[in-house]
Design a protein. Structure first.
Length: 117
C-alpha cells in the first residue's frame, strides 16, 4: 500500500498550489480520502474530506472557500487545490485513506507546504 504526495513547495501569500496524492495497493474507490496538515508545535488538523465517489466534500472552516478537495478514481488520485494561500497554511500536508467498514486506514509520508514572502 502506498500513498505518495506531490506538488508541494514554497508559495507566496495569495498564491496557489495543487497537491496530488497517488494511491496504490488497495481499492482506491472503496476509501474515503482526506487531507490533514500539521504545523510546527500544533496538532494534526483535518483539512478536507471527500467521499468514495467524490459526490460530497467537507472542508475545514480555516480553508473553506480557498481549498478544494477532488478525486479521480480512474487515476487513483486525490487532489487538494489551494488558492489564496496564507502564511498560516504553512504545514506538512498528509494524504489519508480510510474505510470505516473495515477500519483500515493508510497515510502518506507527508509533504511540506511553506507560504512566505
Amino acid at each position: 500500500v502506498q500513498l505518495v504526495e506531490s506538488g508541494a513547495g514554497l508559495a507566496q501569500p495569495g498564491g496557489s498550489l495543487r497537491l496530488s496524492c497517488a494511491a496504490s495497493g488497495f481499492t482506491f474507490s472503496n476509501y474515503i480520502m482526506r487531507w490533514y496538515r500539521q504545523a510546527p508545535g500544533k496538532e494534526r488538523e483535518l483539512v478536507a474530506t471527500i467521499t468514495r465517489g467524490g459526490g460530497s466534500t467537507v472542508h475545514a472552516d480555516s480553508v473553506k472557500g480557498r481549498f478544494t478537495i477532488s478525486r479521480d478514481n480512474a487515476k487513483n488520485t486525490v487532489y487538494l487545490q489551494m488558492n489564496s494561500l496564507k502564511p498560516e497554511d504553512t504545514a506538512v500536508y498528509y494524504c489519508n485513506a480510510i474505510n470505516f467498514a473495515s477500519y483500515q486506514q493508510f497515510w502518506g509520508q507527508g509533504t511540506q507546504v511553506t507560504v512566505s514572502s
